[in-house]
Design a protein around this ligand. Structure first.
Ligand code: ZN
Ligand code: ZN
Length: 138
């Protein structure tokens, strides 16, 4: 894995595409209630890097931006065709937040921490405790 090769990303329908140029700055699992709502999942997997290292390749006009009223920083972008969450520039910062699950290749970092742990879903079970299935489980 090279730290210089761009890493591509895309939405589920494929209309929105982008690429990032490593090095990335940080990669966190975020368990805050906003990220749980926005992803519909137990936590977000957020990769951050300077906006200058980010480039839209296609479909930018299909993006819709949502700024959460009353939030200092929380916002999101999504593809209006398929609903996939897409990267956005963090309000009041020069950095992009990239939802790592939409990347089509391996980024240069792995998550280094879980943040807003106190806000984690009450039903959250740490995954080492769960049996693993290659595809659908029973
Ligand atoms: Zn899409
Ligand atoms: Zn969060």
């Amino acid at each position: 894995m090279s730290h210089h090769e761009p890493v591509a990303g895309s939405c589920l329908c494929g209309a929105v595409r982008f690429e990032i140029a490593p090095p990335s700055m940080m990669f966190k699992y975020c368990h805050c209630t906003r990220c749980r709502k926005a992803t519909g999942a137990a936590h977000a997997a957020n990769l951050f890097l300077p906006a200058g290292q980010f480039k839209w390749l296609a479909g930018e006009s299909l993006l819709r931006h949502f700024d959460l009223p009353g939030a200092k920083r929380f916002a999101l972008n999504f593809c209006t065709q398929c609903g996939t969450r897409m990267p956005h520039k963090v309000t009041g910062s020069e950095n992009m937040l990239v939802p790592a699950g939409v990347l089509d290749a391996v980024p240069d970092l792995k998550p280094d921490s879980s943040i807003f742990w106190a806000s984690k879903a009450p039903w959250y079970v740490e995954t080492p405790e769960l049996p693993k299935f290659e595809e659908y489980g029973k």
